[in-house]
Unconditional design. Structure first.
Lengths: 226, 125, 257
């Protein structure tokens, strides 16, 4: 198994957290992590990234503790986290110096296809910053990608570009976990969807199975979480 | 040949791989693609449609099973020279006819009346 | 130490402006020291000494603020990005510390230079060896027993606060640590005083003792010639610094984001 949570519990803040969560992710799946705000999506991804440690239960990535695998896992957090002075070139210096799996050539292609301007992030729009962060993330060659709300607050055309970049960059042995509120736009991408409610799994199913029952991922979202 | 531009994906209309497979068969039946044509790669088609590449792979596997397409190692995916185009065309015509029949029955019209309407529509075509 | 160079570059980009402002402020202190010539002659040396001490103290505060600043980056998410980079906590701490120390060295050697300039203005003759001691030995010794441990302590405070930020309010352990520090410091200084002068001290300004005594006599005996530096405080403080940094690096690995 590429990554798994086994009866993992993490509670913090007022609403955030997961409770007794057990779920496994094999290699080569694109998984939609869906749920309302505070349902535990971010917590689950942060646990897998090693940014949080479980209060009880286990989180394993490549059969080890999550934080120890950070060089082999891509995590894209939902906060707009870049230094204001950074240009795309600075970001490349940062990534090349710290990650062995960062592909400068691919980064250049992503910057071009995502139309990221070559200026400081403080002079960029929110969508441009989001695309830059995504280019930094997808230019790495990892086996596990944890993308928390990569489409959040980003305009429609950027969202389409981002989804296309994800499809084009994906290899069949890589697993992508993508949380999003833009379910309708992203649903075609998902092979599997995990619906979370109050820190627990409300439904874990194959997207095509749901559609085979005549219900889109979005419709199921309404039924399961509504 | 532009499968990615013409293939409509409806998330509420059943599995996507079935929709893609049906669309390829439809294009063949309509003559929009012909035996020997090369299909786009699964990755390109997936990116164009905004769907998972595995879904396209699944659709291609389904088409391969139906002897519609074949994968030539290192070259890509092609419509088979012996693809059963005529049979698919006949199948689709039957499906369309059945749908028409259901509607005509629901409207309570007689068979000659329905056939007359069909002929008229075909002539206007 | 993979990634150290990149993290040092990052420090330079993050905090370079602070370092530049700090080093630029030396022009202000130089101007102040120069203006002291307008003060009554008998008080000039004393006022200049106060200005130099002030410059040293403010420098230490600015450096500590620079290195300990974390709130904006934990909120903005940059700190979380750093937590997930491959280099270990020790490398991150080392890079932050190295940049601050490099800045501190430039600043305090320059302050030593200002001290030399001040003494030269007051007409005290200095031989080359004493100048070198004043601009190098004294700043490094002073750094070793004050600023280096202070910066290490600030870094530890920073990761300490960060470590408790997610699962609880970070300011509580931070406050506990700040309040507890004076007691630890008192205990440490008492120990240092007891241990001092067991090892031979370093004699500085050997060629100047007479001149310093003369200046001391002029200033009504308030200026003591300090010409022997005990070794023990330096070694003890450097050891404390190393321990603080090691703990900070260790805690970094456990910080949640």
């Amino acid at each position: 198994m590429l990554a798994s949570l086994n009866r993992a519990t993490k509670q913090y803040g007022r609403t955030e957290g997961v409770r007794d969560l057990t779920v496994e992710f094999p290699p080569g799946e694109v998984v939609g992590v869906l749920g309302l705000n505070g349902s535990g999506k971010s917590t689950m991804l942060k646990l897998l990234a090693g940014l949080l440690f479980p209060t009880s239960g286990d989180v394993a990535v490549f059969d080890g503790p999550a934080r120890a695998q950070r060089a082999r896992v891509v995590y894209l957090g939902e906060t707009d986290a870049l230094w204001s002075w950074m240009t795309p070139d600075d970001a490349a210096t940062f990534m090349v110096g710290l990650y062995d799996d960062f592909d400068v050539k691919r980064y250049g292609e992503l910057l071009a296809s995502l139309a990221v301007p070559r200026r400081r992030t403080k002079a960029m729009s929110k969508g441009e910053r989001g695309r830059l962060r995504l280019a930094m993330a997808l230019a790495r060659d990892a086996k596990l990608y944890l993308l928390d709300e990569p489409l959040g607050g980003i305009d429609l055309l950027s969202r389409e570009k981002i989804l296309q970049s994800i499809v084009r960059g994906w290899h069949t042995d890589e697993t992508i976990l993508l949380s999003t509120h833009e379910v309708a736009e992203a649903e075609g991408l998902f092979e599997r969807v995990v619906y979370l409610r109050e820190g627990r799994i409300a439904l874990d199913a194959t997207a095509e199975t749901l559609r085979g029952r005549g219900k889109s991922v979005v419709q199921t979202y309404r039924e399961v979480l509504g | 040949m532009t499968i990615e531009r013409t293939c409509p994906i409806d998330m509420n209309a059943g599995p996507i791989f079935v929709q893609i497979a049906n669309h390829v068969r439809q294009m063949l039946a309509r003559g929009e693609i012909v035996p020997g044509d090369k299909l786009p790669s699964a990755r390109d088609l997936a990116a164009g449609l905004g769907v998972n590449p595995n879904t396209v792979v699944h659709a291609f596997a389904e088409l391969e099973r139906m002897s519609v397409i074949e994968t030539r190692r290192g070259l890509g995916t092609f419509v088979r020279g012996d693809a059963p185009v005529a049979a698919m065309r006949r199948d689709m015509l039957r499906t369309a006819a059945a749908a028409f029949a259901v509607e005509a029955t629901a409207l309570g019209v007689s068979t000659p009346e329905a056939l007359a309407a069909l002929k008229e529509a075909l002539n206007a075509g | 130490m993979k990634g150290f160079k990149t993290l040092l570059w990052l420090e330079f980009r993050r905090n370079g402006i602070w370092a530049a402002i700090l080093i630029g402020s030396l022009a202000f202190w130089a101007w102040g020291l120069f203006q002291v010539r307008l003060v009554e002659v008998s008080q000039q040396l004393e006022v200049r000494a106060i200005l130099l001490v002030l410059a040293s103290a403010i420098g230490a505060v600015v450096l500590a603020l620079m290195i300990g600043r974390i709130r904006s980056e934990t909120r903005g998410g940059q700190f979380q990005v750093l937590l997930l980079t491959p280099p270990s906590g020790y490398v991150h701490i080392a890079a932050r510390y190295a940049f601050a120390v490099a800045t501190a060295v430039v600043y305090y050697v320059a302050v030593g230079g200002l001290a030399w300039w001040t003494i030269a203005m007051s007409g005290l003759p200095l031989d080359a060896g004493s100048v070198a001691q004043l601009t190098l030995a004294v700043p490094f010794y002073g750094l070793g027993i004050t600023v280096l441990p202070l910066l290490a302590w600030t870094l530890l405070l920073m990761v300490f606060i960060a470590a408790y930020r997610v699962s609880g309010p970070g300011w509580i352990p931070g406050t506990v640590m700040v309040l507890g520090t004076p007691f630890a410091l008192r205990w440490l200084i008492e120990g240092i005083v007891r241990a001092s002068y067991r090892l031979p001290g370093w004699h500085l300004f050997g060629g100047l003792e007479g001149a310093i005594r003369q200046a001391a006599a002029q200033s009504n005996g308030e200026l003591d010639p300090i010409a022997v530096l005990p070794q023990e405080p330096l070694w003890i403080m450097l050891a404390v610094t190393a321990i603080l940094l090691a703990i900070a690096g260790r805690i970094w690995q456990e910080v949640e984001g």
